[in-house]
Design a protein around this ligand. Structure first.
Ligand code: NAD
Ligand code: ZN
Length: 342
C-alpha cells in the first residue's frame, strides 16, 4: 500500500510502499478515503525539536482521517465491513483510574496514532475498535476527515455555557475558525477573533465572528470600545499558542472571566499572575477530545447545521502531499484534505 512516512531522522517525508497492516483480535482495518493535514504533521515534516524528541522513524504519519472498515478482529463487536468510520487518534490504556472513570482524555499512558505508532496517511490503517467512531454517511467525506480538529474546537468551545456571553478567540487558524462557528451556533453574543493574518481573519468573519482584530496593527481594547462592551470578555478561547495572545486575553477579560487554553505554548510563557488573582480568572488547559462525548456533540452540531466547510481551503490527491505541506508553511491555507481514493 501507499503510505506517507518519516523514513529517517531529519526534515521531509516520503511516499513509500508499505505492507497492509494485519488487524489483531480487537482491531479494525480501515481503507482510508480522506485525510487532512494537522500542524502536528507539519512539525514532523520540519523535524523540529518536539519531533526530534518524540518521533521514532520509520513511522507512517497522520491522524486526521475518514475511511471504510474492511476487516474486523474476531473479538470486535459493533463494526462490520462497509461501515464508514472516523478514528480517535488518542489510544488510551483503558485500565488507569481516569480511563475506568470514563475520563479517557486524561489517561497518562496515551499513545498517538501517527505519532507513537503508524498513522493514517496510507491506503490502510489498523486501530483498536474502541478508537473507531461510526459516522453519519450523509456528512461530506472532506468534513468528516476534519473531525479530529473539529473535536479540539468543540471540546474547547463547549467548556462553558456560551449563551449571551462575549467571547474572545485568539488565533484564527482552522481550529480558531471552527470554534468561532461553534460559539456562534451556541448563542454567544459578541465573538471577537484575533490573529496577525488577514486571510485567516476574513475566514473568521465568514465563520460568524462579530469583529476581528489584527493585533499587528489594532488592539482588542479598541474592538471592545467599538462594540460598546464595557466590562471585558466573559469567555476566552486561546487557540494561537502565542504567549503574547494569552497576555492580551488576560488583559481584556471581565472579572471572573474563564479562559480555555488549547494552543500549545513554546515552553514556559510568562503572564501577570496578579491579574489572574485579583480578577479571579479561571484558566483551564484543554487536551484532545472527550471520548466520546465530543464526537457525539460535534456530530449533532453538524447535523443541526454547523458548517465548517469554508475552513477546508485545499483538496489534493494524496500523491501531491508535498504541495500540501508547502501550502501549510505558506500560512495561506486552512485545512488541506488529501484524497486516497485516486
Ligand atoms: P494554527 O497554527 O494554524 O493557528 C494558529 C493561529 O494563531 C495562526 O493563524 C497564527 O497566525 C495565529 N497567531 C499567531 N500569533 C498570534 C497572536 N499574537 N495573536 C493572535 N493570533 C496569533 O493552529 P491550529 O491548527 O488552528 O491549532 C490551534 C492551536 O491549538 C495550535 O497551537 C495547536 O498546536 C493547538 N492544538 C492543541 C491541541 C491540544 O490537544 N491541546 C490539539 C490540537 C491543536
Ligand atoms: Zn488510561
Amino acid at each position: 500500500m501507499r503510505a506517507i512516512a518519516k523514513t529517517s531522522a531529519g526534515p521531509g517525508l516520503e511516499m513509500i510502499e508499505a505492507p497492509v497492516p494485519q488487524p489483531g483480535l480487537n482491531d479494525v482495518l480501515i481503507r482510508v478515503k480522506r485525510t487532512s493535514i494537522c500542524g502536528t504533521d507539519a512539525h514532523i515534516y520540519n523535524w523540529d525539536t518536539w519531533a526530534q524528541e518524540t518521533i521514532k522513524p520509520p513511522l507512517i504519519i497522520g491522524h486526521e482521517f475518514v475511511g471504510e472498515v474492511v476487516e474486523v478482529g474476531s473479538n470486535v463487536q459493533g463494526f462490520v465491513p462497509g461501515d464508514l468510520v472516523d478514528g480517535e487518534g488518542h489510544i488510551v490504556c483503558g485500565r488507569c483510574r481516569n480511563c475506568l472513570a470514563g475520563r479517557r482524555h486524561l489517561c497518562q499512558a496515551t499513545k498517538g496514532v501517527g505519532v507513537n505508532r503508524n498513522g493514517a496517511f496510507a491506503d490502510y490503517l489498523c486501530i483498536p475498535a474502541t478508537n473507531a467512531v461510526l459516522v453519519d454517511p450523509s456528512i461530506p467525506l472532506d468534513v468528516l476527515s476534519c473531525f479530529d480538529p473539529l473535536g479540539n474546537a468543540t471540546h474547547t468551545a463547549l467548556q462553558w455555557d456560551l449563551v449571551g456571553e462575549d467571547v474572545l478567540i485568539t488565533g484564527a487558524g482552522p481550529i480558531g475558525c471552527m470554534a468561532t462557528a461553534i460559539a456562534r451556533k451556541s448563542g454567544a453574543r459578541n465573538i471577537v477573533v484575533t490573529d496577525v493574518n488577514d486571510d485567516r481573519l476574513a475566514l473568521a468573519l465568514r465563520m460568524g465572528a462579530t469583529a476581528t482584530v489584527n493585533v499587528a496593527r489594532e488592539t482588542v481594547a479598541d474592538a471592545q470600545k467599538q462594540l460598546r462592551m464595557k466590562e471585558g470578555f466573559d469567555i476566552g478561547l486561546e487557540m494561537s499558542g502565542n504567549p503574547a495572545a494569552l497576555r492580551d486575553m488576560i488583559d481584556n477579560m471581565t472579572h471572573g472571566g474563564r479562559i480555555a487554553l488549547l494552543g500549545i505554548m513554546p515552553g514556559a510563557a510568562a503572564i501577570d499572575w496578579n491579574k489572574v488573582v485579583f480578577n479571579m480568572l479561571t484558566l483551564r488547559g484543554i487536551y484532545g477530545r472527550e471520548m466520546y462525548e465530543t464526537w457525539y456533540k460535534m456530530t449533532a452540531l453538524i447535523q443541526s447545521g454547523l458548517d465548517i466547510s469554508p475552513v477546508i481551503t485545499h483538496r489534493l490527491p494524496c500523491t501531491d502531499f508535498e504541495e500540501g505541506f508547502e501550502l501549510m508553511r505558506s500560512g495561506r491555507s486552512g485545512k488541506i484534505v488529501l484524497d486516497w481514493e485516486n
